[in-house]
Design a protein around this ligand. Structure first.
Ligand SMILES: [Zn+2]
Length: 512
């Protein structure tokens, strides 16, 4: 073929390409026009239209529909008008009960289209997780769901409970249950700072990791101890399991560690593990306060009510001293903000002052380990910002529709508002990539997290300058603002602050 002919052939192909993609579809369900597309893969934004048929992105580019096509074949079009069009965010560590609050509007309002549940070693205590997931799907769910099975739950169900070393039979039963459940879950979560998971020792964790690895699933770990002087040991313990399966650090933090150099030391451990062939990733929430049950400050020998009742009588002095030291090391009683009635909104220091008793006595005589939950201001902004910049650290809310910490309603808005627009810790494409393709890759979700033809249409439209976190510590259950349109599986799920009546999320299957 001579050059002129070749050129003519190319022109012909280009000329034909647009009608041909359109001809495949009688109806275009949704057209998003004039968007500044950030595709989730880290590259620069580009202007393009996105064409959606059913739940799939079928075209990205200049759609240039004729007036007749618009009239006859396009069901709905949205003019993005220069706003950012990005993949919906994937929350790597979330909480909630989708049967109780199926809308999950707190997540949708901050641009999240997929959540992960079954975290921290705890999944629903049901005979068959697959059946439960079926019910969730039938009941309807606002976001997509990637499910994990909890190690602590398996331990309880296998009859091991708080025993340190399970006997052979119980261990075998737990491994068989894990083996079966991994068919419907993305992996196993551990909660080694909580009962009953904290009782597990190395051999048990290794045996579990082998089963997880055989299924090519992952271990999401709330590690044994997040204190600055314990974090290396906790990571080392997880890396042992990483010899058998992909491993992931949930809500990476250093409790009372300080400075960006300390963050770099922690990141260097993860880098060198990756260099040695271990697949390890992490995620974090962008706040300097954690949130969990007050048991977190109690010693392992007084974490349950049963243990505590004994310790209170037999080891009172030792318990007082432990609590005094631990709370003081965690920035003191003024850094513990309670979120459970009747204490809601008060710090532990305020309670101690009101009752004129030392705070350790308030913890022992008023609350006990199961008496309250709270926010703990134990993290350092500089250290956490440095962690956030790392390419192998993603984002999670660790929040729920009802949790009394702003992260459950604010996290993903805060990343854009504070860490992209405000402090420029991250560029917008890098932040979006973290919250989309990175998270999809961690979970092994192949068809979401990127705006690419052929992917599922989980899409958000927003102007970064208008994204705003309205949740705060005293008033944490406030929806984020600025994510104007949130599309789940090709359907508009929330638009201009209004939730669509029908839910459009799905229970996702692992390994695809
Ligand atoms: Zn956790």
């Amino acid at each position: 073929m001579n050059r002129a002919l070749a050129l003519a052939a190319v022109l012909l192909l280009v000329g034909c390409s647009q009608p041909s993609f359109l001809e495949q579809y009688a109806t275009i369900d949704l057209l998003i026009e004039n968007g500044q597309v950030i595709d989730g893969q880290g590259g620069e934004p580009f202007m393009a239209d996105i064409v959606i048929v059913d739940d799939e992105i079928v075209f990205i580019g200049d759609a240039a529909f004729s007036a007749a096509d618009r009239e006859e074949r396009i069901d709905r079009s949205i003019d993005a008008n220069g706003r950012v069009v990005a993949p919906g965010f994937i929350d790597l560590h979330s909480h909630g009960d989708p049967l109780a609050t199926p809308a999950l509007e707190n997540f949708l309002a901050m641009g999240v289209t997929t959540i992960t549940l079954g975290q921290d070693g705890s999944s629903p205590d049901v005979a068959d997780l697959g059946t439960w997931l079926g019910e969730v799907g039938e009941n309807g769910i606002g976001t997509n769901l990637a499910m994990f099975v909890g190690h602590g739950t398996l331990r309880d169900q296998a009859g091991i409970g708080r025993t340190a070393v399970p006997d052979r039979e119980d261990l075998g039963r737990m491994l068989a249950m894990l083996d079966e459940t991994l068919d419907v879950t993305f992996g196993m979560s551990t909660g080694l700072e909580y009962n009953p998971g904290l009782n597990a020792e190395r051999e048990e964790l290794e045996a579990l990791a082998i089963v997880v690895g055989e299924h090519d699933r992952m271990i999401m770990s709330h590690m044994r101890n997040e204190d600055d002087d314990q974090i290396e040991a906790s990571i080392a313990e997880l890396l042992e399991q990483g010899r058998h399966a992909r491993v992931h650090i949930a809500h990476l933090k250093s409790v009372y560690g300080k400075g960006s150099e300390r963050a770099e030391e922690i990141l260097a451990i993860l880098d060198s593990a990756r260099d040695s062939g271990i697949e390890i990733t992490a995620e974090m929430y962008p706040y300097n306060a954690s949130y969990t049950g007050i048991a977190i400050v109690f010693p392992v020998w007084a974490k349950t009510r049963e243990q505590f009742d004994v310790a209170k009588v037999e080891r009172r002095e030792e318990l007082e001293e432990y609590l005094r030291n631990r709370v003081n090391r965690r920035n003191g009683p003024e850094a513990t903000l309670l979120g459970t009635d009747p204490y809601t909104g008060k710090t532990l220091a305020e309670l101690a002052h009101e009752t004129e008793t030392p705070f350790e006595d308030v913890l022992i005589d008023e609350m006990g380990p199961d008496g309250a939950s709270g926010a703990y201001f134990v993290m350092n902004d500089e250290l956490q910002s440095r962690l956030l910049r790392d390419a192998n650290v993603g984002v999670c809310s660790d929040g729920s529709p009802t949790g009394f910490h702003p992260r459950g309603h604010g996290t993903f808005a805060r990343i854009i508002e504070r860490f992209v627009v405000g402090e420029a810790v991250l560029t917008l494409p890098a932040a979006v990539a973290k919250m989309t393709s990175f998270a999809a890759d961690v979970l092994g979700i192949a068809d979401r997290g990127r705006l690419v033809e052929g992917m599922k249409a989980d899409i958000i439209i927003f102007d970064p300058a208008r994204v705003h976190e309205t949740a705060s510590y005293p008033d944490p259950l406030q929806f984020a603002e600025g994510f104007d349109v949130v599309i789940v599986n090709g359907r508009v799920a929330r638009e201009d602050g209004t939730l669509t009546e029908v839910t459009h999320g799905r229970v996702l299957g692992p390994g695809g």
